[in-house]
Design a protein around this ligand. Structure first.
Ligand code: F6P
Length: 327
């Protein structure tokens, strides 16, 4: 293992995700296990620029494994996008003697770190933490499982009231441009239709799925809509269906940021723990400018460049299954 790295900085960046704390804990404890000092950088790149940096110990990450959010807080920094901002950040890291970085975040966070690596050559490893599951090089991102479970729980509850009142619900879930949360919460929640950006379902096709309800008196239904839907969000679709037919009693629920909070599932805790330890071990074994992920249940390191230019495609088979089951 490398002896040149002595002080590792860890931070969370971009949208928070359940399990980030478990990843922080794993990074801190693995660093200490390998006799390295570890520093928490507060508020992502913003805190890096301002020098908001604290020394962490094994005990300072006690009792956070099960907590949602991130004890290091998070931010989306505009200043770090500029070379001047990155220079300020580098000066602060130098002041603290930090010679390697671990970022926990999404693709925006990776891009920043990639530029930083090219400019200053600081070894860095990224850990994918986002509810969106939209990052290539890993089958799962930290937080995705918890967020999807939250969405399923909400869909189950909405179904109860939808049935009682014979209502058609459009439930919008997060995911930015990815349909992962929608497709899997839709399958698990028994959705009547699932609208995701990766699919090419038109509004007419959606309406054709709902319309038979008029003939069979099936008024109650739940349609799961990914926020990145190309044919409109839940509110747009509800409005369009209302314009076509007065038959349905339509309601809309936008789940929003509640999907980002809550105690991480066992899956996210274990994933975060494995990736956190692997990130430290990767750094100490000379990995740099890479993302650590899990592919076919094995730890894997992918160059940032590959991660940045790829997409994490939806499994076509999931889409097929969802369509069969929603008849
Ligand atoms: O990337 C995570 C995510 O929650 C997306 O699903 C969503 O589109 C976005 O962040 C919301 O961002 P913000 O919290 O800045 O509104």
């Amino acid at each position: 293992m490398s002896t040149t790295i002595t002080k590792i900085g860890v931070f969370t960046s971009g949208g928070d995700a359940p399990g980030m704390n478990a990843a922080i804990r794993a990074v801190v404890r693995a660093s200490i296990y390998y006799k390295k000092e570890v520093f928490g950088i507060m508020r992502g790149y913003e805190g890096m620029i301002e020098g908001d940096i604290v020394k962490l110990g094994a005990r300072s990450v006690g009792n956070i494994l099960q907590r949602g959010g991130t004890i290091l807080k998070s931010a989306r920094s505009q200043e770090f996008r500029t070379p001047e901002g990155r220079k300020k950040a580098f000066d602060q890291l130098k002041k603290h003697g930090i010679d390697a970085l671990i970022a926990i975040g999404g693709d925006g966070s990776f891009t920043g770190l990639h530029h930083f690596f090219n400019e200053y050559g600081l070894p860095s490893v990224c850990i994918p933490g986002t509810i969106d599951n939209d990052i290539p090089g890993t089958d799962y991102t930290i937080g995705y499982d918890t967020a999807t479970n939250t969405a399923v729980e909400a869909i189950d509850k909405i179904r109860d009231t939808a049935l009682s009142h014979n209502r058609l619900f459009f439930v919008e879930v997060m995911g930015r441009n990815s349909g992962y949360i929608a497709i899997n919460s839709g399958i698990a929640g028994g959705a009547g239709a699932i609208i995701i950006p990766e699919d090419h379902m038109t509004f007419e096709e959606l309406y054709a799925i709902l319309k038979p309800g008029e003939e069979t008196a099936k008024k109650s239904n739940v349609v799961v809509v990914a926020e990145g839907s190309k044919i409109g969000g839940a509110l747009d679709l509800a409005r369009k269906v209302t314009e076509r037919s007065s038959y349905f009693d339509i309601k809309v629920t936008i789940l929003g940021h509640l999907q980002r909070g809550g105690s991480p599932t066992y899956f996210d805790r274990v994933l975060a723990s494995k990736l956190g330890v692997a990130a430290v071990e990767g750094l100490l074994n000379g990995k740099q400018d890479v993302m650590v992920g899990i592919l076919d249940n094995k730890i894997s390191f992918t160059p940032f460049e590959t991660v940045r230019s790829g997409i994490h495609a939806i499994n076509e088979e999931d889409l097929r299954i969802a369509k069969i089951l929603s008849i």
